[in-house]
Design a binder for this molecule. Structure first.
Ligand SMILES: Nc1ncnc2c1ncn2[C@@H]1O[C@H](COP(=O)(O)OP(=O)(O)OP(=O)(O)O)[C@@H](O)[C@H]1O
Length: 228
């Protein structure tokens, strides 16, 4: 029979979405050393730190885009940087939602066509409620080039959520937005992870925004310091 301690281990493992172990990275100089991080279902984590401290680099490593100098990132019991490239691409396509400030929308297409592309890849449906919540439901027939910067940003967030990722990685997702719109976007992301058993890792320089997350870490002196 399984002991109580083992049962607890199994339970924690089932709730775990992503685990980073002993991550170190350097470019010309060392950015961080031996960092550990765990993300659980329904959890939001914010990473703060001064400009150039390595926040975006850390997020790129967690989100399958950059192999760390050393250490590993485990998703679904697999070390992402030891598996085959096509398996890694599948994880990125099916399970990860990556939101960057520079949004990669298809400019020759309308807003709705950009969402349809996401549904084709994932087999999911466009969620009208999501478009309403993000206040872009009334512009979906317009060309991407006709949308404002903030509308494009929200459209790219809608496109990421449309494919129903297990983990959302967001680098300054509200960077271009006014406060009210930023709140709408953050509430949409929080509701999404709650309703879909997903997780969120957010990089931001705004402390107020960071503190809305369950956990906050500051990247400083090569380490992640726990703030909340
Ligand atoms: N591909 C790369 N090659 C070489 N150096 C890089 C590369 N990407 C980032 N760096 C360097 O690593 C350092 C950290 O960059 P990063 O973008 O991770 O910081 P950040 O904390 O996100 O900064 P900011 O808040 O200003 O966006 C910077 O000095 C940057 O020049």
């Amino acid at each position: 029979m399984m002991s109580q301690a083992n049962k607890t281990d199994v339970l924690i493992a089932e709730e775990l979405l992503l685990q980073a172990n002993n991550l170190s990275h350097k470019f010309d100089y060392e950015l961080f050393r031996d960092i550990n991080l765990s993300l659980y279902k329904k959890e939001s984590i914010a990473i703060i730190g001064t400009s150039g401290s390595g926040k975006s680099t850390f997020l790129n490593i967690l989100s399958s885009l950059l192999k760390p100098t050393s250490g590993n990132v485990v998703f679904k019991s697999k070390d992402m940087y030891s598996i085959k490239q096509n398996e890694l691409l599948r994880i990125r396509r099916d399970d990860f939602g990556i939101i960057f400030q520079a949004h990669y929308l298809f400019r020759g297409f309308s807003a709705i066509e950009n969402l349809e592309i996401a549904t084709l890849l994932s087999g999911e449906k466009i969620d009208e409620k999501l478009l309403k919540a993000l206040n872009i439901d009334y512009v979906i027939n317009q060309g991407v080039g006709e949308l404002s910067g903030g509308q494009q940003q929200r459209l790219s967030i809608a496109r990421v959520l449309t494919k129903k990722p297990k983990i959302i990685f967001a680098d300054e997702p509200t960077g271009n937005l006014d406060k009210d719109t930023a709140n709408i976007v953050m509430n949409t992301l929080f509701n999404y992870i709650e309703n879909n058993n997903a997780g969120l890792i957010l990089v931001t320089h705004e402390n107020e925004l960071a503190m809305k997350c369950n956990k906050v870490y500051k990247l400083e002196d090569l380490k992640l310091q726990e703030i909340k």
